[in-house]
Design a protein around this ligand. Sequence first.
Ligand code: ADP
Ligand code: 5GP
Length: 192
Amino acid sequence: MSEAISGKLVIFSAPSGAGKTTIVRALSEKFPQLEFSISATSRAPRHTEQDGRDYYFLTPEEFERACAEDRFVEWEEVYAGTRYGTLKSELERIWRKGHVILFDVDVKGGVNLKSIFGDRAMSIFVMPPSIEELRRRLVGRATDAPEVIEKRVAKAEYELTFADRFDHVVVNDDLQTAIAEVERLVAGFIGA
Ligand code: ADP
Ligand code: 5GP
């Protein structure tokens, strides 16, 4: 990664189903200078997802090669057998435009990115009101098979233990309240 190209980062992590995607979408509409980092993943696209928009979809072999070539800032095996990571080329692509990078990564990725980028990064943990509500939201979202939902719920308790390693924790109970809180934090950080 070229040291000449740099900028700020805003990092969001949460257990799957907490409402992170919903909140971050609202945020990116409010602040046009925020641009999503598109991650690479070794999982297959869901039916509405597009390569280069939602993720860079790589085969497990392509993902492995990118690791071996040191092309990732960070990567994690978020679910058994499925890897997700941020390519160095993605940071350069966004910073070159003068934009602030918006990250939607798993809890370990969030902690890692914060420790790599320090004060240039602000990390926010989106907290569900309860595990039961998290399950209800995943079922209601209807994007994952029941066994995938169970895997995600089972992981959530572990993920919640990471919350205090983030700069800020925002509880997503009432959605509009959570969005307003996040907007306030981001405006302060990027000086908008
Ligand atoms: P994540 O990105 O954290 O996995 P999503 O943003 O996809 O979560 O939200 C999961 C589901 O919960 C979606 O169907 C979304 O519409 C819903 N949701 C998000 N926030 C709330 C909220 N505050 N109250 C009720 N439902 C919510
Ligand atoms: P999904 O399969 O629902 O799209 O995403 C699964 C998880 O992978 C989410 O928790 C998401 O935050 C995480 N994730 C997506 N991209 C990255 C990444 O680049 N790095 C890491 N560490 N996690 C990621």
